[in-house]
Design a protein around this ligand. Structure first.
Ligand code: SF4
Length: 396
């Protein structure tokens, strides 16, 4: 356990009363959260968040052997989610829709690998019905009986309910019966109505996103939650978003982890409008979004860094700023690479172990519910030389 930081030493005096609350176990209020986002004293912020994380997770840092699958990039909201670089219209260049056999072939990479989870998300295809996904999940479970299926964002679930003319609950029940185990947290973006009107005007509202997750939790389907930061949102918007997530967690306890997602400006309309092509969020913003989340979410155990967005280098740094999960091997990452991410598509298992160890932390391979699978790695092949986890530059 690390020693608590001394608030008297904090450079920003606005952080001192907040630190006293954290050290005393008092929940932070929205004004505290905004002050945390507005500080430039990231080292004090990080020390406080690292302490809060150590109280929950000790020196463990989790990772998973997972594989992403994106069955289609065709999406009916392609022209209105202006931050998105992944989606295509049905006849647009680069549009693809996988047959079930193609999904199974891609998933077959998991054979012989230590993969424990498929993470499956895609666009809102106008013609792919509930039966396509139900059959996909059944087929994947037949071929990989021990695999965990984490699939379909709240936005995809709501879309399926709409085209099937049924309820979110009916869709979730059908998918759960077909093999869906948990849901990812994507599609949340920023809940603020004004922000959504600017970046995703036809996407389901923040309240509707929360309602889908509330329904999933009631059905015993645990989920993740996210926020897309680094575009037009304010600190107040971010805290309103985090507060809505924290409130739902108080009510259901169904969230497994929170993942701050960094906006990437390449190849999308919003990036062009903002004149921000080629650069993503700043390091300060990446650090703050992890640290503030760790301090604000007293009721969510885990904060995950998504290395394909912020780079493995930044993911390693945030392990000292309150983060306890570095995502996983991923294998094929398409969503952020379409938006200009320069990271590799895949991090090797051994590379993840070394990345965590080099940050002075204890790697633990986890399953999808954060139960430890493995925490001793001495029989892995010789560790790679320093920097061996460095991402190759992806030719996007
Ligand atoms: S963010 Fe999701 S819903 Fe919006 S266009 Fe992209 S794939 Fe479609």
């Amino acid at each position: 356990m690390i020693a608590p930081p001394n608030p008297a030493h904090f450079r920003d005096p606005a952080l001192r009363p907040i630190a006293e609350k954290v050290l005393g176990g008092t929940r932070l209020d929205p004004a505290d959260g905004i002050a945390l986002f507005e500080t430039s004293d990231v080292l004090s912020l990080g020390a406080l968040a690292a302490y809060a994380n150590a109280r929950k997770n000790g020196d463990r840092v989790f990772f998973s052997a997972n594989q992403h699958l994106n069955p289609t990039n065709v999406c009916v909201l392609r022209n209105t989610c202006v931050f998105c670089s992944f989606a295509r219209l049905p006849k647009e260049d680069g549009a693809y829709t996988r047959s079930l056999e193609e999904v199974y072939q891609e998933a077959a990479h998991a054979v012989g690998a230590p993969t424990t989870e498929f993470h499956i998300v895609g666009g809102l295809h106008p013609k792919l019905r509930l039966s396509y996904y139900a059959e996909m999940f059944r087929g994947l479970k037949e071929r990989h009986p021990t695999i965990h299926i984490k699939a379909l964002t709240a936005v995809e679930i709501a879309h399926l309910a709409r085209i099937e003319k049924t309820t979110v609950e009916a869709v979730l029940l059908a998918l759960r019966d077909s093999g869906l185990d948990t849901m990812p947290g994507g599609g949340a973006e920023v809940f603020s109505t004004a922000v959504r009107a600017t970046i995703a005007e036809r996407k389901l509202t923040g309240q509707e996103w929360v309602d889908v997750h509330r329904t999933a939790h009631r059905l015993g389907i645990r989920t993740n939650c996210t926020m897309l930061y680094g575009h037009v949102e304010t600190a107040a918007d971010r805290i309103e978003h985090l507060t809505m997530l924290r409130d739902l967690q108080d009510e259901t306890g169904g969230f497994l982890t929170y993942i701050p997602l960094a906006y990437h400006p390449d190849h999308n309309e919003l990036g062009e409008e903002m004149g921000r092509v080629g650069s993503a969020t700043t390091g300060y913003e990446d650090l703050k979004n992890v640290a503030v989340a760790r301090l604000y979410f007293d009721n969510i155990d885990h904060i995950k860094t998504h290395w394909p967005m912020v780079t493995p280098f930044m993911s390693q740094v945030v392990l000292g700023f309150g983060c306890d999960d570095v995502e996983g091997t991923v294998v094929y990452e398409r969503v952020y690479h379409e938006a200009g991410a320069k990271t590799a598509m895949h991090l090797p298992y051994r590379g993840l172990v070394e990345l965590i160890r080099a940050a002075g932390k204890r790697p633990v391979e986890r399953d999808s519910f954060y139960r430890p699978i493995r925490d001793a790695f001495d029989d892995l092949e010789e560790p790679p030389v320093a920097g061996a986890f460095a991402p190759s530059v992806h030719a996007a």
